[in-house]
Every structure is written in structure tokens, then in C-alpha cells.
Design a protein around this ligand. Structure first.
Ligand SMILES: Nc1ncnc2c1ncn2[C@@H]1O[C@H](COP(=O)(O)OP(=O)(O)OP(=O)(O)O)[C@@H](O)[C@H]1O
Ligand SMILES: [Mg+2]
Length: 293
């Protein structure tokens, strides 16, 4: 795909290929071209023979893997970037960061620490105002990136950048070709990403006695902690992990008879942990809403 290269984009990619910062955090409002710039940067780095990692923490508009997750990809060749294979995944449980700042932050840090490429690039949500502002600040503190890429239309990131002025930052303009996506377009992209992910899903049955449940600390109307079992709603999105707690993939709850949990999932490995998500989704990608956490 031909992309427009606004002033500074080429030079930024060239500098990064030369200096090889170990960890880069890309910041910007929605639709400013974060994904486009990152793809351009990764292609440039691979073209220079550098290995690179992508940590995709944009849980709503993913470039790598299914929504509601943070994912890690490792690339040595261009075709690997095109294939977009996920090497590791962390389940956030929602396509929106609201109410999920902790798993988003924990997942981003864990996967960034796993990254093996010479240069690791972290993509983020376009959530940069209000709670998003605080989140981005904590992300900078936690990830300690060597470089920030700030894509901004005007000066919307400056208050944040001022607070972290000690971190080297490249400010880049937004392309005139950057197009905004409507709420419906975003939802359609998520639907397609979920549908693609679940296209190879099969039904599996898990004995409740044989698995551990995580992310169960929800409060019911009386303020009591709800039993995990009570939250195993039809179409609940769940994360599935192995004995070590490493996420293997996602599933959708399809039935529960008190002892056996029926799910559909593309995961084939042994499942030891079920992490409860906060949204209801069908395998065709249709989102049915959120559940209270
Ligand atoms: N430099 C560019 N050249 C051509 N098209 C661009 C460029 N930058 C952005 N676009 C287009 O604008 C739209 C938004 O860009 P992109 O998806 O990269 O932004 P984003 O910041 O990652 O958005 P989101 O917040 O949804 O993750 C896309 O359709 C993309 O193709
Ligand atoms: Mg994006």
C-alpha cells in the first residue's frame, strides 16, 4: 500500500534504524496514523536487517491478534510482519480500556519484557485524555521507553510530554491522508477481527473442578464478591491459559451445567486457567455488550 510520508516520518525511521532504541512507545489520539507509522517503521527496520518486536496494546483496534488482548509479535523478515503471527498474548478482557487499566498496563509490561527484537515498538490506544492521560503517564513510567513517538494534530500531547520531558521524544505530524473511523466502522473492524480469530474455533468441554478461575473479583448488587460460576454467562469472552498462567488464546462460553463448562475456542493445548472477561461476543464477532465488573 502506498502511504503518504509527512515531513519527519522518513527521517524518524532512518534515525531509529541507526540508533536502535530498545523500546519505543508510540502515542497519539485515535486515527492519527499510529498503526500506519508503526508499519512503515517496522518495514524500514526489517529492510535494514534488524529484528523487531511489536507489542500491540491497542485493545480496540488491533493490528496483531484479536481485540481485548495485548499481543507480542517478533519479526525478522518482511513476510513475518505480513503474516502477523502472535508469539505471546495477554488477556485484558475488554475492547475498551475503561475499567481495565490494570490488566492493560500489566499485559503491556509483561509482553514488552518478553520482546526479543533489537527494537521493540509498543502501540497504544488512542485514549489520551482524562483517565487515558494518566494511563499514558504510568505507561511511560513503567515501560521506561528509550524513545517516545508522539503523533499529534496540534499540540494535544504536549501536557503529557511536558511531564516526561526527560524521555527522548520525536514529534511527528499527522498525514493529510489520515482518515477518521466512525464508531460503526471501528465496531465493524473489531467484529471482523473477532470473526477471523474464532473462524477455526471448535467446541471444548472443561471440567470446572479441573480448572482455576481468574478475574473473578466482581461485586454483585449487594456488594458481595460474586462466585465465578455465577458469571459464566452465555457468550462471555474468556482468556484461556496453561498451568504456568501463560495465555494460550481466547474462548467464548457456550454453556454450563454446574460441572462442565462448554466453550468454543481455537486453542488446542491443555487449558488450566479460565480468565473471565467483561464482554459478551458471538463467534461471528458481534458484540453483545459488557458485563459488570
Ligand atoms: N501516512 C499515511 N498515509 C496514508 N494513509 C494514512 C496515513 N496515516 C493514516 N492513514 C490512514 O488513516 C486511517 C487511520 O490511520 P491508522 O489506522 O494508522 O491510525 P491509528 O492512529 O492507528 O488509529 P486507531 O486509533 O484506530 O488505532 C487509516 O485508514 C490509514 O490508512
Ligand atoms: Mg491503530
Amino acid at each position: 500500500m502506498d502511504i503518504d510520508l509527512p515531513q519527519g516520518w522518513e527521517e524518524a525511521a532512518r534515525c531509529i534504524a541507526e540508533e536502535k532504541p530498545r523500546r519505543i512507545l508510540v502515542l497519539g489520539d485515535v486515527d492519527v496514523g499510529k498503526s500506519t507509522f508503526i508499519n512503515y517503521l517496522l518495514r524500514t527496520l526489517l529492510g535494514e536487517g534488524l529484528t523487531c518486536s511489536l507489542i500491540d496494546a491497542d485493545i480496540g483496534q488491533k493490528d496483531l491478534g484479536p481485540p481485548a488482548t495485548v499481543t507480542l509479535g517478533e519479526f525478522q523478515y518482511l513476510y513475518e510482519l505480513r503474516l502477523g503471527k502472535v508469539r505471546a498474548m495477554y488477556f485484558v478482557g475488554s475492547t475498551s480500556p475503561r475499567g481495565h487499566l490494570l490488566p492493560l498496563l500489566v499485559g503491556t509490561k509483561l509482553l514488552a519484557d518478553k520482546a526479543q527484537g533489537t527494537v521493540a515498538v509498543v502501540n497504544t490506544t488512542g485514549f489520551v485524555k482524562n483517565a487515558g492521560f494518566a494511563l499514558k503517564g504510568f505507561k511511560i513510567e513503567l515501560l521506561k521507553p528509550e524513545l517516545l513517538i508522539a503523533l499529534q494534530r496540534d499540540a494535544e500531547l504536549e501536557p503529557l510530554l511536558r511531564s516526561y520531558a526527560h524521555v527522548h521524544c520525536l514529534r511527528l505530524p499527522v498525514s493529510a491522508m489520515a482518515k477518521s473511523k466512525s464508531f460503526e466502522e471501528r465496531r465493524a473492524l473489531r467484529r471482523e477481527a473477532f470473526r477471523r480469530y474464532f473462524s477455526s474455533a471448535v467446541e471444548r468441554r472443561l471440567e470446572v473442578e479441573a480448572v482455576r478461575f481468574q478475574r473473578v473479583s466482581a461485586h454483585n448488587e449487594e456488594g458481595e464478591v460474586e462466585d465465578a460460576i455465577g458469571r459464566l454467562k452465555h457468550n462471555l469472552l474468556i482468556g484461556l491459559a496453561n498451568e504456568e498462567g501463560e495465555v494460550l488464546g481466547l474462548g467464548i462460553v457456550k454453556g454450563f451445567d454446574g460441572r462442565t463448562l462448554s466453550i468454543i475456542t481455537p486453542v488446542k493445548d491443555e487449558i488450566a486457567v479460565v480468565q473471565l472477561g467483561s464482554m459478551l461476543v458471538r463467534e461471528n464477532g458481534e458484540e453483545l455488550g459488557f458485563v459488570r465488573r
